[in-house]
Ligand binder design. Structure first.
Ligand code: SF4
Length: 430
């Protein structure tokens, strides 16, 4: 989501006549678009700001801290880093041109000010930004925002506190954006939201998520559709059915589990049980036997016992996730889990993470080996003629494939590739 927000920010600055540069030393405006989902990501921002302070001593530079850390730590950023010019929360991206213009106008008139725009826009008035990329910036894949914010308040998660309440973007805007993107050459779109499964449920006059998927397939020229991210509690039967009937929906479901223990799931305020999660997976596999799953997992949540951690490993083995994104629990400000004792020792958390990631590598490699001999439908993303395997793309399951061919392919083409070799993180084929 931050990647898409960054793209929108660059688009807005281009309207002011700015160009993107590759090297921070060439820049006149530097934006740190921050993430506060883990403590580690937040700490990185502070060391980066230290580096930028030295740069600003040598050069007249506008420094903007945007994103979730800006929302969460506005006052502390202004106090600790007075050289920062703009602090802007994720709900306020549309104000970036205005903030930069004010900053440029006043920069020679002391005293130095910090321009700030944080807080949340009212849900009913929320305007989704719609900055189209230029033709030269378009790749074969694109993200499209369909939702903002989250109402779920999972015990460990800072998102509702920094991105505000959930609001769904009108379906007509989404479909129009996808139509424009396909005209620019986009073949694959990933729909983005914190909990896409509840798309439209809180607005009275729009369609559900399953209906949105259906309309995108029937009303646009898009070739492949993905979405992220889902909440198991809100996976409807109509959505499950889409995996059987929707011709462009990729057979890959990213379904965050977080923990395999019912007691921990309850403490996390996730609103489902291990059994419910596995039942959804079963139902989905019945609709489409080619469907694969990826997930998010947290280790070392307050009071997690070794047996409860083992319960998470056992779900991993049951589902055979093609990929897991796993994290060590760290308390985040404002969350209810931050009031629980963080009582799993760091050393123990690290050991659990290592075991989990080792199991993940083992399962992924096994899954990749099971692709050998099969034919995959690959969207070509890059061509490097000098390579022995010059074509690179991704399968329906989002796995990277390098392949050879007598035919000539270009980015955006689809190729049927016979998989001949499996590696831990990619496949080879022809
Ligand atoms: S559903 Fe996702 S974004 Fe929302 S609170 Fe839970 S973990 Fe955070």
């Amino acid at each position: 989501m931050n990647v898409e927000d960054s793209r929108q920010m660059m688009g807005l600055l281009k309207l002011l006549g700015c160009n993107q540069v590759d090297d921070v030393y060439q820049a006149d405006i530097v934006i740190l678009n921050t993430c506060s989902i883990r403590a580690k990501a937040e700490h990185k921002i502070y060391s980066e700001l230290g580096r930028l302070k030295r740069l600003k001593e040598d050069k007249d530079l506008i420094i903007c801290v945007a994103g979730c850390v800006a929302e969460q730590e506005e006052k502390s950023i202004i106090k600790r880093f007075p050289f920062v010019d703009i602090v802007m929360g994720p709900d306020q991206v549309g104000f970036l041109p205005e903030l930069v213009t004010s900053c440029l106008k006043d920069r020679d008139t002391p005293p130095k000010k910090t321009y700030r725009k944080t807080g949340f826009q009212l849900k009913d008035d929320y305007q989704f930004l719609h900055v189209m990329p230029e033709q030269k910036e378009v790749s074969v894949k694109a993200f499209v925002n369909i939702q903002k914010g989250c109402d779920n308040f999972c015990a460990y998660c800072i998102v509702p506190h920094v991105r505000g309440r959930e609001a769904s973007r009108p379906s007509t805007q989404i479909i129009d954006e996808i139509k424009s993107l396909t005209q620019l050459g986009v073949r694959e779109v990933t729909l983005l939201g914190q909990n896409v499964n509840s798309y439209g449920l809180k607005e009275n006059n729009d369609i559900t998520f399953a209906q949105l998927l259906e309309r995108i397939a029937s009303q646009t020229e898009l070739k492949r559709l993905r979405f992220a991210t889902s909440h198991p509690r809100d996976v409807s039967d109509a959505l499950i059915e889409q995996f059987a009937s929707n011709p462009i929906l990729a057979p890959h479901f990213h379904l965050p589990l977080q923990s395999g223990s019912d007691r921990i799931l309850k403490l996390m305020n996730r609103g489902y049980t291990r059994k419910h999660y596995l039942t959804i997976v079963e139902k989905l596999k019945k609709q489409n036997s080619h469907l694969c799953f990826s997930t998010d997992l947290i280790v070392g949540f307050p009071s997690e016992t070794n047996q409860e951690f083992e319960d998470t490993l056992s779900v991993m083995k049951d589902v055979n996730f093609v990929q897991t994104y796993s994290f060590i629990y760290s308390p985040r400000p404002h969350t209810s889990a931050a009031r629980m004792p963080d009582d799993v020792l760091l050393k123990e958390k690290q050991m659990r993470l290592k075991r989990l990631q080792d199991l993940d590598s083992e399962i992924t490699l096994k899954q990749n080996h099971s692709d050998v001999g099969t034919v995959r439908y690959v969207l070509v993303e890059a061509v490097q003629q000098e390579n022995q395997k010059p074509f690179m793309g991704r399968t329906e399951h989002n796995k990277i494939v390098h392949f050879t061919s007598k035919n000539v392919y270009h980015p955006g083409d689809f190729a049927r590739v016979t998989i001949s070799q499996a590696n831990p993180h990619s496949l080879f084929g022809e």
